[in-house]
Design a protein around this ligand. Structure first.
Ligand SMILES: [Zn+2]
Length: 267
């Protein structure tokens, strides 16, 4: 019997077992073999000394819906320990990559798991493809005790958060921050100080977190991505801000704690 745990994806959702210890990690003995799309098998890592392998659910798999339910990562991740969060994040990231890179971008041939490299190899032309990671700058714009938070038009529920955008070709992460802040809320930034990074599997980002110093300008939202943006006193933040599981939430919490001690991020 295979000793590994299984992560089983239904598209971007994780199949969860309502009866198991960790609903998202399955034993091979609890899963029917014909539920697994073998072509999508992917080694993810280890958990308690055992390997973890992910699969996509096979088309037409007759899942026991009284026991197993596809569950959004947004629901699963906040309840995990940091180790398990890393594992599931990596699994979701790689599962997305496998779903979207079945064919070679160079010749259109089928790709299969590379025997020695952590990538895929085209069966026709031999090109190796590595998992795509999309760097994204995320920033809390600050001005003494004030922080600039924005409500994204696409958030499923109203929430005030930091600003973020993908790093474009040829940009440094700091240039991305300055450009995104200007584009999304119209203000100019000065010093930009790195804080921390976080893998974010929605679907394949590496979030690079910064504090950005407010330099000037009135808030003017773009009206497309950002529906509303306001300054908040960091001692009187809005109710709906990101949880500290996310780097957005940690940027806000860290700055509030610094100001409570009378400290500045720009020294
Ligand atoms: Zn090829």
């Amino acid at each position: 019997m295979n000793h590994s745990y299984i992560l089983l994806f239904s598209g971007a959702d994780l199949l969860c077992d309502m009866r198991s210890r960790w609903g998202y990690l399955h034993e091979y003995s609890d899963i029917e073999a014909d539920w697994l799309d073998q072509a999508t098998q992917q080694h993810i890592g280890h958990c308690e000394g055992r390997g973890v392998v992910s699969y996509q659910i096979a088309e037409n798999a007759a899942i026991d819906t009284m026991r197993f339910a596809p569950t959004s990562l947004f629901r699963v991740l906040p309840n995990l320990t940091p180790d398990h969060r890393d594992l599931v994040s990596r699994g979701a990231h790689l599962a997305h990559w496998r779903r979207t890179h079945r064919y070679c971008g160079s010749c259109g041939g089928l790709q299969s798991v590379h025997e020695t490299e952590p990538g895929l190899m085209c069966q026709s032309c031999g090109v190796t493809t590595y998992p795509r990671v999309s760097p994204c700058g995320i920033a809390l714009v600050v001005d003494d005790d004030r922080v600039l938070l924005a409500r994204n038009a696409r958030f499923p529920r109203p929430m005030f958060s930091t600003l973020a955008g993908f790093v474009e070709a040829g940009e440094s992460a700091e240039q991305t921050i300055a450009r995104e802040v200007k584009e999304e809320v119209g203000v100019a930034t000065g010093r930009i100080v790195y804080y921390d990074s976080q893998a974010w599997p929605f679907p394949d980002q590496l979030m690079l977190g910064y504090f950005a110093e407010y330099r000037g300008g009135e808030i003017v939202v773009d009206g497309i991505e950002i529906a509303e943006a306001r300054w908040f006193d960091c001692n009187n933040l809005p109710e709906n801000i990101p949880p500290t599981m996310s780097i957005a939430g940690r940027l806000i919490a860290h700055y509030r704690d610094l100001r409570a001690q009378g400290l500045s991020i720009f020294t």
